[in-house]
Design a protein around this ligand. Sequence first.
Ligand SMILES: O=P(O)(O)OC[C@H]1O[C@](O)(CO)[C@@H](O)[C@@H]1O
Length: 567
Amino acid sequence: MALRDITALPAWESLRAQHADLTGRHLRELFAADPGRAERMSLTAGDLYLDYSKHWVTAETVECLVRLAEEAGLRKRIDAMFNGDRVNLTEDRPALHVALRLPAGAELVVDGQDVVGDVHAVLRRMGDFTGRVRTKQWRGATGEPVATVVNIGIGGSDLGPAMAYEALRDYADAGIDVQFVSNVDPADLRNALAGLDPAATLFVISSKSFDTLETVANATAARKWLTNALGEAAVSRHFVAASTNVAKAERFGIDPANVFGIWSWAGGRLSFCGSVGLSLMTAIGAERFHELLNGFHTIDEHFRTAPFRQNMPVLMGLLGIWYTNFFDAQTRAILPYSRRLHRLPAYLQQLMMESNGKSVRGDGTPVRLNTGEVFWGEPGTNGQHAFFQLLHQGTRTIPADFIGFAEPYADLGNMHDLLFANMLAQVWTLAFGKSAEENSEEGVPAALVPHKVVPGNRPLSVILAPRLTPSTLGQLVALYEHVMFVQGALWDIDSFDQWGVELGKEKALDLLPALTSEASHAGHVDEVVRALVGVYRLLRGRASGPGEVPGVRAGSTAASCRGFGVR
Ligand SMILES: O=P(O)(O)OC[C@H]1O[C@](O)(CO)[C@@H](O)[C@@H]1O
């Protein structure tokens, strides 16, 4: 279902007028002209509170943005996703991640299949398996209980569970540590395995396809590490999988009874509510995991039913479009005031950028607007002492999302109050700044005044929740999932494919023989990478091969490459 080109809608025209009207107006002015603005420009969804009063909008702008979503047909698009229609056009399948957290009693039948029944059957198997691991009934080949779970996966099969495990460490109550290995750089696996006892280690191979180069390489190396210590027969007691590819997992040595299914309609970056969350469930237990799912479902229901004017993901998605397409903002800073959320920016990078980094519309025609915000960030207060200077006094427009919690997860004196005070101070300063007059009144020498002016007027959202719990984490992640959906829908792109990434994967496999083979002319090497292949082979002490570099002797060592600046 193609949406209408949003730039042709009447609301787009009104937004152009709003843009002209608001350009050059400062947040100080907007606040002065609109008493009660902060209270009015706020809303709640589940346990989340959003303050969007520090944005370059008036009530009228918000109405125009909401009208844009209505005129574009967003409601139909939301319904289509929740109903299981094939909204992933290029892969011709539904994007039904919301089904992963439907309660057991709900009904959803897609193509004659009882989706809720299937989802809960896997959740029950996960609960049973992780329960046995947690209570030490599951034993390794030598009879040892599991002390460490090593999750091997990449992209969505890593970032989701890794981010959530870090966020919910305080709920990890079974004394089981979880390590995450994703990168094909051998340093990653080596770090994770350092000091581990193979007899007490359980590997979860998390890969929807069981085919991803990095994951297969890490899993194979981990298998070798284990069998060197415990022998081949140990594999089925120390490896389990989250995958659709039962046959391949079985060939690896995993008992099919310990392969936990995923469905093609659950995109990798949207999958940790299902079996990709297995290692997380092992750490926090099935009950807490279900609290997480309920949190997701709370926001799913809010998104599905709330009028756009009071719909948090819709408003946040629209604000992203407002800055991207009218003010040419390129990036959005994610600033959690919680050390526990230190992997959230990385997680959101995949969610938002793999989903919405697209330049053609559903019908294959080029987009005519910028798409895909670049997400980045770090937890406060660390970010304050690193990149906030650019936010305060730099020349760019960088909308920011501040995320804070009222209750601490550790009560150490007044440290949590200090953390929250810092967040509010940044919100205040970014929004209001400090003028030349205010500096002069304080006696700042005239020559210094321009340097000490902090312009303020930086657009930002503040998202608050009572406490970081499994439920509030689920709510927060679901919020951003739906922000992504809103933007993808309005830009009319397919948010659920990733063809650029797929090409990179193919190319890596194509190039590998050129780096590793004994034969000097293996692989498909062309002008773009020929010299690099040659230098690599020389540094590895291999025959110069297809990437022969003029001036570099075949078979030479690193020393002969120094002329190329290679050390
Ligand atoms: O779970 P798999 O099949 O190993 O895929 C891993 C990741 O690779 C991607 O396809 C591309 O990065 C992601 O979408 C996915 O999360």
